[in-house]
Design a protein around this ligand. Structure first.
Ligand code: HDE
Length: 681
């Protein structure tokens, strides 16, 4: 690879291609390239004798195996990723000189890793938690990482408290329980004693913490960044991702069951949809505040426990991200990818947000231990697509073979190169913000209101969302053992809403708050999932059916559902095929044993002429569970007859109709509605 163009000036896909190896059809060798004649038996002195030290193949194979694991991420350990592209809608030159935000005809390759925060690498995916949404843009000016979450605020205001919140929310150290859950004493003790976490805790108790899919979450850069244009003018900016499919969630009972039925639920959903060509899309949005307007708002724009209400500072959609390729190897790509909010390009800069400042230290530091040294930028998934040159040398796992004698600046032997680039040549210059102040460890007065936006969030929720928040507090605090912590939380959240605190106080056996309440009456409709996009696309429908179904009608209905983007899957008693009354054959995708109601968005029940007791019991449980999770239910033919005799038949979002076209239209509408909260359960 002497020609630098080969590795540094080719597309990201071609670059990754250089490292792809397909072992299929090849002879087995050692890592030194030696072909081996035997791979099943170690070298022994006699068939039943001791294994010999000289067995280099055994030693190499087992040693490599012994070292296969690297430390998991200290947070965000459980993650899944995909490749894609980003394209800006129109030039953003008024606000930023970032090149990848200038040309609407150019695409930038990206790599996106979604994650949970608290659980270990093997933990279940549908737990109540924040989700990470980290994007690496491989731009021609270098790598830009937008390391975001699916909630717009954070637990703490200053980076120095990050170890505290993480220690508190992780499993408790004496018994390492509970896994991937905030429902335990130390988390809630932290909240009660660090009241800046009130707003984030409201988000964590809301439906946002149990997303239906990575494809149906918003992303938020959380911290306030800066855009800088080529004239040197600066703007405050917050980044958003808006999913094309809208923001949708699971219900808590369902989320807990999925953790057992399919702990890989979110990665499977992402993987399968990309494999099928249902490429997930997100629009990049920005909220921009003029440099002069820094102090115009009733919150501090540098405080990461505050959001900028969209009704006050609108989100402008500036481009689109499409995820279109699964990884080849989870370890090489998803596990080894190294994000860092400090990976920026000219036109994007930082602010004094003290949480962001803490992050700027932490991310490189963590890669040093996790990826074993300072050369992690050379790992294929982390390499920029533009050339990189400097005098950094050596270290563990160095791959670049730097030629020549000179590795210092300034020099005369190499003509004083590599030399810094001027601004005109694309050199990065930090925004020259004027700062002065006394050295001090303190919180700004403007950061001290911890409750107003927590109340704003509460006020913005629909009736169903409020109910879920109360249930989440009741569940989590119901798991807390310390009566004192429970009471502290009740008293604390009385400052957010008396209605909220009083209701969950009762269910957790605490004393109802006597005082409190908030005078904040504002709400922000953009915060409610009730106001999100509602589409049927890619929704999974369980079709419960057995032999003797009406062939022509079912063929029409299933084909029509597929045309709307809905994904029907057939569930019956046994795998193989089932037959309709006219001989139509249907392949069975799952049995009642291999799948479960919680893994689908909707149920369509047909039954058939040959149902038995067992089928009726399994189908009944399946439909009942979907009903109790407020999911759309459709029924035709024998299924309709059966559901009509049950109370569920009268429920909202239940479509009973034997006219195929009308059924499809109504059922698809119900599917787009996602959940039918009006059901009285
Ligand atoms: Fe992170 N965070 N973080 N974080 N974070 C990490 O870096 C940290 C914060 C976020 O898929 C770590 O490579 C500090 C906010 C995501 O690989 C670590 C503070 C937001 C990911 C780290 C924060 C995030 C991380 C662990 C407070 C939302 C996963 C492994 C000052 C905007 C990236 C790693 C991936 C990962 C530190 C707060 C998002 C330890 C010190 C706020 C999505 O460096």
């Amino acid at each position: 690879m002497s020609d630098e163009r080969k590795i540094n000036e080719i597309s990201k896909n071609e670059q990754l291609d250089l490292f792809r190896v397909d072992d299929k059809g090849k002879k087995l060798t050692t890592n030194q390239g030696l072909k081996m004649a035997e791979d099943e038996f170690s070298l022994k002195a006699g068939e039943r004798g001791p294994t010999l030290m000289e067995d280099f193949h055994f030693r190499e194979k087992v040693t490599h195996f012994d070292h296969e694991r690297i430390p998991e991420r200290v947070v965000h350990a459980r993650g899944f990723a995909a490749h894609g592209v980003f394209q800006v809608y129109e030039s953003m030159q008024k606000y930023t000189m970032a090149k990848f935000l200038q040309n609407p005809t150019a695409t930038t390759p990206v790599f996106v890793r979604f994650s949970t925060v608290v659980g270990s690498r093997g933990s279940a995916e549908t737990v109540r938690d924040v989700r990470g949404f980290a994007t690496k843009f491989y731009t021609e000016e270098g790598v830009f990482d937008l390391v975001a979450n699916n909630m717009p605020v954070f637990f703490i205001q200053d980076g120095i408290k990050f170890p505290d919140i993480v220690h508190a929310i992780k499993p408790e150290p004496d018994n390492e329980m509970p896994q991937a859950s905030s429902a335990h004493d130390t988390y809630w003790d932290f909240v009660a004693n660090n009241q800046e976490s009130a707003h984030m805790t409201m988000w964590l108790m809301s439906d946002r913490a149990i997303p239906r899919s990575f494809r149906m979450m918003e992303g938020f850069g959380v911290n306030t960044f800066r855009f800088v244009n080529s004239a040197g003018r600066a703007y405050f900016v917050k980044f958003h991702w808006k999913p094309a499919l809208g923001v949708h969630s699971l219900v808590w009972d369902e989320a807990q069951k999925i953790s057992g039925k399919d702990p890989d639920f979110h990665r499977r959903d992402l993987w399968e949809n990309i494999e099928k060509g249902n490429y997930p899309e997100f629009e990049l949005g920005v909220q921009i505040i003029d440099d002069e307007d820094e102090f115009k708002y009733d919150f501090d724009i540098l405080d990461a426990t505050k959001l900028w209400p969209e009704e006050v500072v609108p989100v402008t959609l500036i481009g689109k991200l499409t995820l279109n390729r699964n990884v080849d190897n989870v370890f090489a790509e998803t596990e080894q990818v190294a994000f860092h909010p400090g990976h920026v390009v000219p036109g994007i800069d930082f602010t004094n947000d003290p949480l962001l400042q803490g992050r700027l230290f932490s991310y490189t530091d963590t890669q040093l231990i996790r990826l074993g040294g300072p050369n992690f930028h050379e790992i294929p998934i982390n390499r920029p697509i533009c050339p990189f040159h400097n005098n950094q040398r050596d270290g563990y796992h160095r791959q670049t073979i730097n030629v020549g004698k000179v590795s210092y600046h300034k020099n005369s032997l190499a003509g004083n190169t590599p030399r810094p680039a001027s601004v005109a040549e694309g050199g990065y210059v930090h925004y020259q913000e004027k700062v002065e102040g006394k050295k001090i460890r303190a919180r700004s007065e403007s950061f001290k209101d911890h409750f107003s936006q927590a109340t704003l969030f509460w006020n913005s929720m629909s009736k169903a969302e409020k109910k879920h928040i109360i249930e989440a507090f009741s569940f989590e605090l119901g798991k807390v053992k310390s009566q004192s912590v429970k009471q502290q939380i009740v008293d604390m959240f009385a400052n957010v809403s008396l209605e909220l605190a009083k209701t969950f106080a009762k269910s957790i056996g605490a004393i109802s708050p006597k005082s409190g309440g908030s005078n904040i009456t504002k709400s922000s409709p953009a915060l409610s999932q009730e106001n999100t996009k509602k589409k049927p696309d890619t929704r999974k429908v369980a079709v419960i059916i057995t032999n003797g179904f009406n062939g022509p009608d079912i063929r029409f209905i299933l084909d029509s559902l597929k045309k709307t983007g809905v994904q029907p899957e057939v569930i019956s008693e046994n795998l193989g095929t089932i037959k309709g009354s006219d001989g139509t054959q249907l392949k069975v995708d799952h049995t009642f044993l291999t799948t479960h109601s919680v893994l689908f968005d909707a149920v369509y029940i047909v039954r058939g002429s040959s149902v038995n007791k067992r089928f009726n019991k399994d189908a009944g449980l399946f439909v009942y569970e979907a009903f109790s999770h407020y999911k759309p239910i459709g029924a035709t033919h024998e299924g309709k007859k059966w559901l009509e005799t049950d109370e569920m038949g009268q429920g909202k979002g239940v479509v009973l109709d034997n006219e195929p076209q009308r059924f499809v239209t109504e059922f698809v509408k119900a599917i787009a509605g996602h959940r039918h909260w009006q059901r009285q359960l």
